[in-house]
Design a protein around this ligand. Structure first.
Ligand code: FEO
Length: 393
């Protein structure tokens, strides 16, 4: 197995079989469940892997340790993609003490019935393994309440933080691979999995400020070494909801009328100077990609038809998902269409007024049946208004 540095080994696994992470989020490039072994006078395993992968995980551990035992299992996070193998690890290594905090152990009882051989730690506590010393940093809500990170010298075992989707194709450390595919997947991972918890992420970053970190060993994705500063910067910007001056236009459409309005709006925004414009048919693109881009870009224009005297279903779902993310400081425009009863535009207004609370930009456009000269002009005005607001930033 790969030695990351100073007797710290990668023992994680890759999952290229699952199509939806948490049953929700597509995994076009798979995902890795990362775990690490620290080989010292006392041996510590940091996190485990999803239970389906227990046997290859055990083989990875044995490749490093042979028949030697594990003394400690550090549980930074209890979500089952990382804790799923705990009960089996306990069977294979019955003497191992499980290290976690009070909230960890409450969940451990509930998920796995594990109640004995526990070593409870508090924020700042340390644990000596011999030449390595672990220090525990409690980082609640990055991503669950029990989440913590573990420092070992200049190596940070960060749990989900700084992680991303994408299996590891041979290499483990960023400097050994082309990381291009990981950057957008890091944003999609952050925005959909951790994105609701911007304030706790900021608090965690403050706790870690000034700590020299040369390696970030997250629970998903590459081990960061060359790009430590870059990934901390990405998490810092995303958790402050900072965005680039770009525009997301997404729409639902049944027969193309709402889609044509979206095209007119996009052309007007482009002609007014907005270079970063992404467009999505909300029925064709999984919401996780749209949410990713709402984290990336400052402007959002949404449009949908009226359906069943309400808002087109896929757009309603997207609005609900966006409202769960608590994204702050975006500009919002909207439009809609109807055949005989107007509803969609009013519903989009309600979503923003009651839940999203983004800054409204331009006049909403409502199209009865198909576009005409008046509504084309209104769409152009909406695109220009958004462009002006974005470029004024
Ligand atoms: Fe990768 Fe929150 O678990």
């Amino acid at each position: 197995m790969k030695e990351i540095t100073n007797k710290i080994f990668y023992v994680g696994v890759n999952d290229r079989n699952k199509s939806l992470f948490e049953g929700l989020w597509p995994l076009p490039n798979g995902v890795s469940y990362n775990a690490y072994l620290i080989d010292d006078e006392k041996v510590a395993l940091v996190d485990t892997v999803e239970v389906d992968f227990f046997m290859p995980f055990l083989e990875n551990i044995r490749e490093v340790l042979g028949d030697r035992k594990i003394d400690y299992v550090v549980v930074n996070h209890m979500e089952p993609d990382h804790s799923g193998s705990l009960a089996l690890i306990r069977k294979y290594y019955p003497e191992a003490q499980i290290v976690g905090n009070k909230k960890t152990f409450d969940m451990m009882r509930g998920f796995y019935g594990v109640e004995e051989g526990l070593c409870e730690v508090k924020n700042g506590d340390t644990l000596s393994l011999g030449s390595h010393t672990l220090q525990f940093v409690l980082t609640p809500m990055v991503h669950w309440p029990e989440t913590m990170m573990t420092l070992c010298g200049d190596v940070l075992f960060s749990g989900d933080a700084f992680g991303c989707f994408g299996a590891l194709n041979g290499a483990t450390i960023d400097q050994e691979m082309n990381c291009d595919t990981f950057w957008l997947e890091m944003t999609r991972y952050y925005s959909n999995i951790v994105g609701k918890y911007g304030t706790p992420v900021q608090q965690a970053l403050k706790k870690l400020a000034g700590v020299p970190v040369s390696y970030i060993c997250a629970t998903h994705g590459p081990v960061w070494h060359e790009y430590v500063e870059k990934v901390i910067g990405i998490y810092d910007r995303l958790s402050r909801y900072e965005a680039e001056p770009g525009l997301v236009i997404c729409y639902g459409t049944m027969y193309g009328n709402t889609e044509r309005a979206a095209e007119v709006i996009a052309r007007a925004a482009s002609q007014a100077g907005v270079k970063n414009i992404v467009m999505y048919n909300v029925s064709q693109t999984h919401h996780s990609y749209i949410i990713r881009d709402v984290f990336r870009y400052k402007g959002l224009i949404v449009g949908a038809p009226t359906y069943n005297t309400g808002l087109y279903h896929e757009m309603d779902v997207l609005m609900a998902e966006l409202s769960h993310k608590d994204i702050k400081g975006r500009f919002f425009g909207y439009f809609g269409s109807y055949s005989w009863a107007s509803k969609a535009v009013g519903e989009l207004a309600r979503w923003n007024e009651e839940k999203l609370k983004y800054e409204p930009v331009g006049e909403p456009v409502e199209i009865k049946q198909a576009l005409n000269a008046d509504t084309i002009a209104q769409c152009e005005a909406l695109g220009r208004a958004m462009a002006e607001r974005l470029l004024a930033e």
